[in-house]
Write a protein that binds this ligand. Structure first.
Ligand code: NAP
Length: 297
């Protein structure tokens, strides 16, 4: 059978171990994968390294940016380059118009830059199929961090999971299966009903202040300031807070520090704890989308 992406050129600009795994998967699917920087000494295994962005994107059928996209100054995260790499309008102008640009999450600046060039931006983390699968390494990463930070077992400890979306749901289930006394904070009545059905304690954000005094561990997934200074006053000094929500998180970190509570923002866990899995999740959906488009190109 013909490989799914045979004859296609895919350009990958920057990234880390997750993008490297993604590149390898796409090469297995038959794509010519050109990476803007590969790790030094890495076995190429069908990948082609390109030292300049222009050469990388020229003639590409798809362009993949690192999951976090670019920062406010247009800088691309690239673990394998000592000098900073920037995505500019000039580089985007070289991308063939038919080529989709993939990213995990896009800041407004990236959306505008891509739109200005008449290109199509696909935000992978907005897709349930990616976000749900991604929640597995995210939840495992949170458990790993909790084990490293706490002097007690997860089993038997009191865990509050804040938010019951794609990540919160997976995390709540994982905590329960490890034997934690798991309490889940959500706002939709249907979510509260599901939490109850799962045998967990449902709470609303209004309930929080009176409840957190029992916490050993709090994991936030709600992308809003939910752990305010007022709420944090209830958290015991020895408790740990792991905030998974995208920067700036949902915790008043200054107030936590002033109260002597150990609170950490933990971005990008899939890429850190399971880069191969995280790369494979992205490769699967990108391959499917490119295969779907192939006939149209
Ligand atoms: P999601 O499916 O949209 O779930 C978000 C949850 O937060 C929902 O329960 C939502 O409640 C709740 N929420 C949103 N705004 C809220 C507010 N103002 N007050 C209270 N609750 C609120 O998102 P997700 O995929 O689970 O991701 C959650 C966050 O984690 C995002 O910021 C995402 O970028 C981040 N993330 C981080 C990692 C990591 O490695 N650190 C990995 C994956 C995701 P409703 O359903 O009622 O709206």
């Amino acid at each position: 059978m013909q490989p799914a992406l045979e004859g296609m050129k895919v350009a990958v600009l920057g990234g880390d171990a997750r993008e490297l795994a993604l590149m390898r998967e796409l090469a297995v699917e038959g794509a010519k994968v050109v990476g803007l920087r590969l790790p030094p000494g890495v076995e190429p295994g069908g990948l082609v390294e390109c030292r300049d962005s222009a050469g990388c994107v020229a003639g590409a059928d798809a362009v993949i940016l690192p999951v976090p996209g670019i920062n406010e100054r247009g800088r691309l995260p690239c673990a394998y380059s000592e000098e900073p790499i920037f995505l500019t309008g000039e580089i985007l102008a070289l991308i063939p118009k038919k080529a989709p640009v993939f990213v995990g999450m896009a800041r407004p600046i990236l959306r505008k830059m891509v739109e200005d060039q008449g290109l199509t931006l696909i935000e992978l983390m907005q897709m349930d199929e990616v976000a749900i699968l991604n929640s597995i390494p995210s939840a495992e990463g949170a458990v790993q961090m909790a084990m490293e930070m706490m002097s007690i077992t997860i089993h038997g400890c009191v865990v509050f999971v804040l938010g019951f979306g794609r990540t919160g749901m997976t995390l709540a289930r994982l905590m329960r299966s490890l034997g934690a006394d798991t309490r889940v904070v959500a706002r939709k009545p249907a979510h509260l009903a599901r939490i109850y059905e799962m045998g967990l304690l449902p709470l609303t954000f209004n309930d929080l202040p009176g409840q957190l005094k029992d916490a050993d561990l709090v994991v936030n997934t709600a992308p809003a300031l939910v752990l305010t200074a007022e709420v944090l006053k209830e958290v015991p000094a020895g408790a740990i807070i792991i905030d998974l929500a995208s920067s700036p998180g949902g915790t008043d970190f200054e107030a936590a520090a002033a109260l002597g509570i150990k609170a950490v923002l933990a971005p990008g866990l899939p890429g850190k704890v399971a880069p191969r899995t995280a790369g494979r999740i992205l490769a699967r959906v990108i391959t499917r989308l490119l295969r779907g488009e192939k006939g149209l190109i």
